[in-house]
Design a protein around this ligand. Structure first.
Ligand code: ADP
Length: 198
């Protein structure tokens, strides 16, 4: 098994790239943002409690997402590995993920970080709001808050992963295909991952 984190600020293209990468490398794509939105859409108790936090652009409590991920990791068999998208978002979540993987004889193999200019992030999110209807994309103040939360709570994970020798920055500017090719160039160095379509 080979496990990747895809990392970057809101609007950096993690979700778009994750879908394509999971398909190509036969990975299980785990997005905590998608899982939380599914809870909200289904109107579950958890979804109701989390939706106001999400609509402000704040992080939901660590234990909520750690539990969601633990269930998925425990229930997944026979995949080439996992692609974690939007998780971990705090150092505490990172430590929990490492423990979870270590218990199963796995580790975080590579952290891919998409680097994108601030102005480009904002314009992508504003454009996405038109199609996605995501409430947290509509309000410019919420967008700025999500970028601030990323800088203060999430970015410290980079130093943590750099110390472990698994940090790999990737230029996240340009076309979806160009960025995808750059990510593939990094991931194909992991030979245990079976490639689809070359
Ligand atoms: P984006 O990267 O575009 O901001 P996501 O879809 O990853 O969006 O997440 C949307 C929202 O869901 C976040 O702003 C946050 O409120 C919540 N969320 C998602 N993943 C996590 C996580 N790992 N820890 C805490 N909150 C999370």
């Amino acid at each position: 098994m080979v496990n990747f984190l895809i990392f970057g600020p809101p609007g950096s293209g993690k979700g778009t790239q994750s879908v394509k990468l999971a398909e190509k490398f036969n990975l299980v794509h785990l997005s905590t943002g998608d899982m939380l939105r599914a809870e909200v859409a289904a109107g579950t108790e958890l979804g109701k409690r989390m939706s106001s936090i999400m609509s402000k652009g704040e992080l939901v409590p660590d234990e909520v997402v750690i539990e969601m991920i633990a269930v998925r990791v425990d229930n997944t068999k026979d995949s080439a590995g996992f692609l974690f998208d939007g998780f971990p978002r705090t150092v505490a979540q990172t430590v929990a993920l490492e423990k979870m993987l270590n218990k199963r004889g796995m580790r975080i193999d590579l952290m891919l970080v998409l680097d994108v200019d601030h102005d480009e992030l904002v314009s992508r999110l504003v454009a996405r709001a038109e199609q996605s209807g995501r409430p947290d994309d509509k309000d410019p103040a919420v967008i700025e808050n999500r970028i601030d939360v990323y800088k203060s709570k999430t970015e410290p994970i980079i130093a943590y992963c750099r110390d472990r020798g698994i940090y790999q920055p990737v230029n996240g500017m340009g076309s979806i295909q160009d960025i995808f090719n750059r990510l593939c160039d990094q991931m194909k160095n992991y030979p245990q991952t079976p490639l689809k379509g070359g």
